[in-house]
Design a protein around this ligand. Structure first.
Ligand code: MCA
Length: 558
């Protein structure tokens, strides 16, 4: 981008500055530390960045919003045209309580819904299963049958909202329920908007809520890609998630590398199954974390967009621009919240949200200040949402596109993260691809090594966490805790029993038998699962059949 002569002049001028201006100051005052590093990974942060550090080719590396390589954003107008979706993750207790929280969020200006499921649902068990005891409705809503979905969305027109569902191993079943509910409400399938997380790879790596082994899991995912391309073209079929990888302690570059690596794995599986890349790739979406180091995070988002465009074009020969556009949701970093001085978390969340917006996010969840302690209360959810609204309407951060482009530091850091992440992806390829690298625990070990080092730095005081290892005060947390009563579990099991007594048992049996047969063949499972959920077959029953046919994953399984 810069004229070589000009760069040489800058280099010389910098050397002169170091000698004449900087030198005497350093002799008198020194600097706070011998070495400054980024938030993660220990990348050295230089004192000063000049055009010499960020010698980007504008066309090739930066470009324009809505054009390759999408470094500056996937839409031509970005947040000037439409603000990001303010999508607060919610769901607890019964379907009715979750419906109430959803309506509260909509009334307060939330522009998208995001459904959290309880652990039994995420593991494919019904609320009356032995495995579910003590967990029903605890960390999300319990969904057993279509009844519960109907209640969650009571009074909410699926044609008017976009809904994210954080569901992975049983994603096909919950998607089928959403489609079935849309059919019941009379919403054309092609109008349904939303996202299922459906990202099993990161469950194997970091989140641990898997059911089936990798091969049938990949088949389910591919079936979803194919079904949605034909039936629900506005629905995002997957949310390939770096969030949990980062929460497990990865660096920013690892977060990008392993997330895109998982993306490569899914695309390859679908292409191998005979799907055309440009038919399904526009419906892929991503999910990243936002931690406290604002500039590193902005660079991370920019690097991820540029990399995905290259990967899709060069590795998969994608031609549709939408296949190359990395659209992503961001959640502020749960692991950065502290139980000490809980109100400090509001500030952390605001910085993280700023990074996400400056980085061009499409959708954002801001954590409640109390999320390190419990489910967030209604009031802390409101403050979290207001944080986004202040950012949108008062901060000016949404008024121009990719405002940090051209910052010598941010461009250099974008390059660094890209280089580091591509190196990691090369190593993944050498190890036979993401699936093998995960099965052999290499990916997990890479992350653990970094997480361990970071923890050591905190414990030894090398890394300051405000209120935790410095600036402590002697006080008990005074946060109000959102409780979920045991009573909910009993009520949920009772309504499930009532539904099982009041359905066409033959229709359920027939639908489950069809799913069993298809699990052993190659017919797309989705239409069959839609038929089953319409007959009120439950999550546990459908996943039970698939468990029997597919088996269950165990870590280290070859
Ligand atoms: C931690 C926790 C756990 O472990 O439990 C979790 O996982 S929580 C995980 C929670 N996960 C989530 O909440 C994931 C959320 N993800 C998403 O919402 C999606 O995947 C997303 C990232 C692609 C965002 O989708 P979205 O619908 O909100 O936003 P989009 O960017 O797609 O925009 C919606 C529509 O507006 C259009 N649009 C948007 N911006 C513009 C613009 N500037 N100019 C013109 N059009 C625009 C888009 O083209 C699209 O229309 P058209 O479609 O017609 O093109």
């Amino acid at each position: 981008m810069f004229d070589p002569d000009e760069l040489e002049e800058i280099r010389e001028a910098k050397a002169e500055w170091e000698d004449e201006t900087l030198g005497p100051t350093l002799d008198r005052f020194g600097e706070r530390k011998d070495e400054f590093t980024t938030d993660t990974g220990g990348n050295v942060v230089e004192r000063l960045y000049t055009p010499d550090d960020a010698d980007v080719d504008y066309d090739e590396d930066v470009g324009f919003p809505g054009e390759k390589p999408y470094t500056r954003g996937v839409y031509p107008t970005m947040h000037r045209g439409r603000l990001w979706t303010m999508r607060q993750y919610a769901g607890f207790g019964t379907a009715a309580e979750t419906n109430e929280r959803f309506r509260y969020l909509i009334d307060n200006g939330s522009s998208g819904l995001s459904l959290a499921f309880d652990l039994p649902t995420q593991m494919g068990y019904d609320s009356d299963a032995m495995m579910a005891a003590g967990e029903v409705g605890k960390s999300g809503v319990a969904i057993d049958s279509l009844d519960d979905m109907e209640t969650v969305f009571d009074g909410i027109d699926l044609g008017d909202v976009s809904t994210s569902m954080t569901i992975n191993a049983p994603a096909a079943v919950l998607l089928a329920m959403y489609v079935a509910l849309g059919d019941k409400q009379g919403v054309p399938r092609e109008e349904l908007r939303g996202t299922i997380q459906n990202d099993i790879m990161k469950e194997y790596i970091a989140r641990n809520l898997y059911i089936f082994p990798p091969e049938p899991s990949m088949r389910l995912i591919t079936d979803i890609f194919e079904f949605c391309a034909a039936e629900t073209p506005k629905f995002n079929t997957i949310s390939i998630s770096g969030y949990h990888i980062r929460e497990a302690g990865s660096t920013a570059a690892q977060e990008v590398a392993f997330t895109l690596g998982n993306g490569i794995q899914y695309v390859q599986a679908a292409v191998d199954a005979g799907l055309d890349v440009d038919d399904f790739a526009p419906q892929l979406s991503f999910f990243f974390n936002a931690h406290n180091n604002i500039l590193e995070e902005v660079a991370k988002f920019r690097a991820a967009r540029r990399m995905w465009a290259k990967i899709m074009e060069e590795r998969f020969d994608a031609e549709n621009p939408k296949s190359m556009q990395l659209k992503f949701h961001t959640q502020t970093g749960g692991s950065t919240l502290t139980a000490q001085q809980v109100e400090n978390n509001v500030v952390r969340v605001a910085y993280q949200a700023l990074a996400a917006v400056l980085g061009g996010t499409q959708s954002l969840h801001t954590n409640g200040k109390d999320e390190a302690l419990s489910l967030p209360t209604e009031k802390s959810v409101r403050t979290a949402l207001r944080t986004q609204q202040i950012l949108a309407h008062e901060s000016g951060a949404a008024d121009t596109i990719d405002p940090l482009a051209g910052s010598y530091y941010v461009e250099a850091l974008t390059d660094d993260i890209e280089d580091e992440a591509f190196d990691l992806l090369d190593e993944v390829d050498d190890r036979g691809g993401m699936l093998d690298a995960v099965k052999n625990q290499w990916v997990q070990r890479e992350i653990q090594d970094v997480a361990y080092e970071r923890q050591r730095e905190i414990e030894e005081g090398e890394r300051v966490i405000v209120g935790v290892n410095e600036y402590q005060v002697d006080e008990e947390p005074t946060v109000e805790v959102q409780e979920v009563s045991e009573e909910e579990e009993r009520k949920q099991a009772e309504s499930l029993e009532a539904r099982k007594d009041d359905r066409d048992e033959e229709a359920v049996e027939a639908a489950l038998a069809d799913i069993r047969a298809a699990a052993n063949g190659d017919e797309n499972l989705l239409p069959l699962i839609v038929t089953a959920v319409k007959a009120y077959a439950t999550v546990g029953e459908i996943c039970g059949v698939l468990r029997e046919e597919f088996g269950e994953y165990e870590p280290g399984m070859a």
